[in-house]
Write a protein that binds this ligand. Structure first.
Ligand code: ACK
Length: 856
């Protein structure tokens, strides 16, 4: 409302004028209307506008423009356009710019111009035009509007740039990022791990020219002692712990352990409970098992020999035993002996006395409990002692000697034994590997058990269960991607039975796969024809690298690949009923609505999974859905650039890309904006295909006509006998604004609701609304079969209204097309029967017109 400081010259050109908008709110406008005068050149310069660091800026103009035809005699000099320019400058004193220094942005024309009648009605036909300028190299710029003799009111000029707003993704914070200068440029932005998180793989995302974040790469993980909640890392509460960043969440302390602290990375063992150093922190704390069976050995008058057995569950290697003994009833005075063996001799005892023994074991975790008490008595002193006891001593000495000898020999041999040992180990391995190769089953390049557990991605550890799709293109060596995501199958495990179709790269066959330890089962086998180029091989296997990353009941399951022998093959689960479009065509009208919705639900669920993984399919269509004998639908046909190359439906667009036009969202056709939202559009088309049993979307219309019709707001009509709720869902998927389309998870829940409540599917789209749905937004009625309004009204026996129509400005079929029921009432067509007749006829005419494009 204030003084904008804009400059108009010449002074009698553009004028600043107070106006009111359609709601009678005051607005300022700049107006010029020198339509009657020759040689107009009126300039309006804005003040300096800072570009705030953006290198591409957008200018949205709102203006009205007077229709030259509506000006009496003004046609000679009247113009219906004006020009917009800009001039870059680092500061505000670039005002004295010569006209020829300005750079032209565009000539601006109106989509809608207004006539006198509109003015009388105070209806402003506001035009909105957006232009963009870039790359900008200075700090700011001026805009200029040049009028050359039009009647314009400039109502608003909005100057803005686009940015990808600050966001947290995969626990990394990405800053506000101004989009690049080029309209197709993606800016790679590095993320910073949120508090208490650490880098797993350097997090990156791409800021598109549209201000959208695309293609997240890498991620952060909450560090040990913290877990992920709502995009933040929250501390583990006392009693909980998280040992490593790779553990998904805080876990309760294992049995017999505790922690009183927050952010614990492990729990302490309760008193008398232990954990070995090598035990993982997830393991419960335990006590070593007590020694139970103690037997007496030789007893003399001064000594007692004992032996016992190692406990059944020692909870680790027993390092030594502790033997406590004392004379019965003299517990306060006891002796402790430590022994690594399971035998001891307690000597120096009193003859004929009872002794109590208790034994406990020690492991790395500490001592276990003492055994129960064992009581033994020494021999009494005999009057005449014999020296028989010497004999056992000699026997024992000989035995010990033999054992010692054995130990020494063993020790001497042990140096070379190690070599033997390693030799044996490696030769054992050498034996094991060939046997692995020859056995039918999966062989992996890496057999290291660590690597079985850990998943390596580009040198970074990736835990199983991380659910982000990795583009095989990110691998320098595509073969690495295949072997990372697909298992290698021995060709000898596959029996090919029949050719069932032709793929782009070679035949598709059915057959059987027999893996070791598994029953033979049917599979589909895609083959790569001989004489392929390296690129074809890469593209062919690219599909396996993608498919191998998915694990979902509604995504076709990859069994593995054959790459070590020829032909190169991709082996997937077998889907008895083949592709969905063919199957539905073959079984036209054979299924209940619930069965069809069940199929749609499956597809939506598979797509939800893919979109959660960050995978955009780009070629979702019934022909790319496979269906098995249980009518379970699975999304298939994954590829890279290839996706659109091998689809016979894909056509070249003016920009050179190949796109399956009928299934593709307008923004993807127009500027290759493929997102999960464009997949949702395609999903809507698949819904339509399913509900019409494999009918071809838009029938025989040409691709060009489809693009045009969709752009003009036309949408496919409801399939016959289609539940209204499903058709509404299709229309939602076909919203022009991709952000207004439902997300796949919403589609799944919506279909689930319908399945749970089948009566909601009873309301069908009736025939008349089916037809009217062909017409959305600006339907171009007017060039129909009737040459005049009179002829039309006569034909439907409503000729009596001709005069009223003409008097009220409905003189052409074009204007008649806009007539509403309200208008009819206003015109005095009050009989309901007549209103119906006129409205129905109008509708029929529109349908006939549209029929040219979209036959019913
Ligand atoms: O309609 P269809 O019988 O189903 O013909 C095509 C053909 O191969 C070429 O793609 C069929 N097909 C592809 N993958 C599979 C599969 N996993 N199970 C069964 N048939 C398949 C598809």
């Amino acid at each position: 409302m204030g003084d904008l400081g804009w400059i108009a010259y010449p002074k009698n050109g553009w004028e600043e004028i107070g106006e009111v908008d359609e709601n009678y709110a005051p607005i300022h406008t700049y107006q010029v209307c020198k339509v009657m005068e020759q040689n107009q050149n009126n300039w309006l310069l804005t003040s300096w506008i800072s570009n705030e660091g953006a290198s591409r800026i957008f200018i949205e103009l709102k203006f009205t423009l007077r229709d030259c035809n509506s000006l009496p005699g003004g046609l000679g000099t009247c113009k219906e356009t004006f020009n917009m320019y800009y001039f870059e400058s680092d500061d505000e004193d670039g005002r004295n710019i010569r006209e020829n220094q300005y750079i032209k942005i565009d000539t601006i024309a109106a989509d809608e111009s207004f006539t006198e009648l509109d003015l009388g009605d105070r209806v402003m036909k506001l035009n909105t035009e957006v232009r963009d300028v870039g790359p900008l190299t200075k700090k700011g710029f001026y805009l200029a509007f040049q009028d050359v003799g039009a009647c314009i009111a400039l109502v608003s000029v909005r100057v803005y740039y686009k940015k990808c707003p600050s966001v947290i993704r995969n626990l990394a914070r990405f800053p506000d990022t101004i989009t690049g200068a080029d309209s197709s440029q993606l800016l790679e932005v590095s993320g910073v791990c949120v508090n208490h998180s650490v880098t797993d793989e350097a997090p990156k995302m791409h800021c598109s020219a549209e201000g959208e974040w695309l293609v997240p790469i890498g991620k952060c993980l909450c560090k040990a002692g913290y877990e992920e909640k709502n995009n933040t890392c929250q501390v583990c509460r006392p009693g909980f712990f998280k040992a490593s960043p790779h553990s998904p969440s805080c876990s309760k302390c294992p049995p017999h352990s505790y922690t009183l602290d927050e952010a614990s990375t492990s729990c302490l063992c309760e008193e008398h409970y232990f954990r070995r150093e090598s035990d993982p922190p997830t393991m419960a704390c335990t006590t070593p098992s007590p020694v139970s069976s103690v037997k007496k050995g030789k007893i003399t008058k001064n000594s007692i020999s004992l032996s016992w057995q190692e406990p059944d569950r020692p909870n680790g290697i027993i390092l030594e035993y502790e033997i406590k003994y004392f004379e019965k009833d003299q517990e306060t005075s006891y002796t402790i002996i430590k022994s690594k063996e399971t035998t001891i001799t307690a000597d120096g005892l009193k003859p004929g006395s009872a002794y109590v023994f208790q034994i406990r074991a020690r492991t790395a975790a500490g001592y276990g409990g003492f055994s129960r008490r064992f009581e033994f008595e020494t021999s009494p002193v005999l009057a005449a002692s014999s020296d028989q006891s010497q004999i056992p001593i000699i026997v024992v000495s000989v035995t010990v000697g033999v054992i010692l000898l054995a130990v020494v020999i063993g020790f001497l041999l042990s140096g070379s034994c190690c070599d033997h040992g390693c030799g044996w180990a490696s030769s054992l391995r050498a034996v094991a590997y060939p046997s692995l190769i020859w056995r039918c089953g999966y062989s992996k390049a890496k057999q290291d058990p660590e690597e079985e557990k850990m998943h390596f991605h580009n040198g970074h550890i990736k835990l199983p269960g991380v659910r982000t799709y990795i583009d095989p293109h990110t691998y320098e060596d595509p073969n690495q991607a295949v072997h990372e995501f697909a298992k290698e199958i021995e060709a000898s495990c596959i029996t090919i039975e029949r050719v069932i179709g032709a793929g782009e790269f070679g035949e598709v066959c059915s057959g059987r796969l027999k893996l070791q330890g598994k029953r033979e089962f049917p599979v589909a086998i895609k083959t790569l024809k001989v004489g392929y180029t390296e690129k074809q091989r890469r593209d062919f296997l690219g599909e396996a690298s993608i498919m191998g990353q998915f694990d979902h009941p509604n995504i076709i399951h990859l069994e593995g690949v054959v790459t070590k022998s020829k032909p190169v093959m991709i082996v997937t689960e077998y889907m008895e009923n083949g592709s969905l479009d063919t199957f539905l065509k073959k079984n036209d009208g054979q299924f209940t609505v619930i069965q069809l919705v069940g199929m749609l639900r499956g597809i939506a669920s598979g797509m939800k999974y893919l979109s959660d993984m960050g995978y955009v399919h780009r070629d979702l269509a019934a022909r790319n859905i496979l269906i098995n004998s249980n009518l379970v639908c699975k999304v298939s046909d994954f590829g890279l650039s290839r996706v659109l190359e091998d689809d016979p439906e894909a056509a070249y667009t003016t920009r050179g890309g190949k796109i399956p036009i009928r299934w593709t969202a307008p923004e993807a056709i127009a500027f290759r904006k493929f997102t999960s939202a464009s997949d949702v559009w395609s999903y809507g088309i698949v819904m339509w295909e399913v509900m019409s049993y494999g009918e071809r979307p838009y029938w025989e219309m040409t691709n060009q006509d489809v693009i045009k019709a969709v752009e003009e707001g036309y949408r496919l009509p409801s399939p016959m006998d289609c539940p209204a709720a499903l058709y509404q869902l299709m229309l939602d998927c076909w919203q022009k604004d991709r952000n207004s389309r439902p997300k796949f998870d919403e589609i799944v829940s919506m279909l689930d609701k319908l399945i749970r409540n089948p009566s909601s599917l009873k309301t069908l789209v009736n025939a008349s609304s089916r037809v009217s749905n062909l017409l959305v937004e600006h339907s171009p009625v007017g060039s129909g079969a009737y040459r005049s309004v009179g002829e039309w009204l006569e034909a439907i026996k409503m000729g009596r209204y001709t005069e009223i129509f003409m008097e009220n400005g409905y003189s052409s079929m074009d204007s008649v097309a806009q007539v509403t029921l309200e208008d009819l009432r206003r015109l005095g067509v009050t009989l309901v029967g007549h209103q119906k007749k006129i409205m129905n006829s109008l509708q029929e005419m529109k349908v006939q017109l549209v029929n040219g494009m979209v036959p019913l």
